[in-house]
Design a protein around this ligand. Structure first.
Ligand code: JB8
Length: 256
């Protein structure tokens, strides 16, 4: 595998540009992840985020929660107080892990189906933080005192849901949040124009996209896109956005 950094001078140049024109953004965004499945996060080595890590724009460290246990079986769970099905993550390993990682500047994120909905606005806010800590629960979740205690120690603590369905743990949700946030960090996406005309950035869904050939398997590209009238194209796209949003996500327009 080629672990070589891209051009070091290019990375330095990107960081300098960020520091000059985006002074509220940190030099590099630090991300810590605590999980019982560290191998899950190899996905962060590839694609856009892998490149951002290699160029030093994002600094990710993955921590194994079991390294913060002290018993010979490295136990992270116990039975729920008050009874009920499943197991709950014990507070002690989480407390020791967070003691080692947390500062007063940290934003700490606990993915949970009981959290508030993670949306694009939140992704934009998190992209301006200098230190994010993601805590991946498993089983029935983490002892609530871990979250309550962390609120007294961190800059901010968020319990976030990525949608109304249930996963087996927080790892997949954390990958989704890191991808949504990471691409908004200045310098990560090469052409920032591509961030502007997207679904959710203006509260509407994206218009449909087409490329060549103009006719494919009997299906035509809408003629307006081939006519070169830029005002007509912009009007058509806006109309498509509104029609699509009203049809599939009326609640985004305050309807439905
Ligand atoms: C245990 O559905 B989810 C989610 C599910 C979970 C935990 C965290 C998040 C922890 N089950 O987003």
């Amino acid at each position: 595998m080629d672990e070589r950094l891209p051009d070091a001078s290019e990375a330095t140049c990107q960081r300098r540009a960020r520091t000059l024109c985006e002074s509220h953004y940190a030099e590099s965004v630090r991300i810590d992840i605590v999980t019982i499945f560290p191998e899950f996060f190899s996905v962060l080595d590839v694609s856009l985020l892998g490149t951002a890590r290699k160029s030093g724009l994002i600094d990710v460290a993955v921590h194994d929660l079991r390294d913060f246990t002290h018993d010979r079986h490295r136990t992270v769970d116990d039975t729920p107080s008050g009874g009920g099905a499943g197991m709950v993550m014990r507070p002690e390993p989480w407390g020791d892990a967070l003691d080692a990682i947390l500062t007063e500047q940290s934003t700490v994120i606990f993915p949970t189906p009981a959290g508030s909905l993670f949306v694009q606005k939140q992704a934009r806010e998190l992209a301006g933080r200098e230190h994010l800590i993601f805590c991946c629960g498993r089983y029935e979740g983490i002892d609530q005192r871990v979250i309550d205690y962390t609120r007294t120690r961190a800059a901010e603590v968020l319990e976030l849901s990525i949608g109304d369905y249930v996963l087996n743990g927080g790892e997949v949700a954390v990958v989704a949040v890191i991808e949504a946030v990471g691409r908004l960090i200045p310098g990560v996406v090469g052409n920032p124009d591509s961030l502007v005309e997207e679904s959710h950035e203006d509260g509407l869904l994206e218009y449909p996209s087409y490329t060549k050939p103009a006719e494919w398997r009997g299906l035509e590209t809408p003629a307006v896109l081939l006519g070169g009238n830029h005002a007509a194209i912009a009007a058509w796209r806006r109309e498509q956005q509104l029609e699509r949003t009203r049809r599939v996500r009326p609640e985004l327009l305050g309807e439905g």
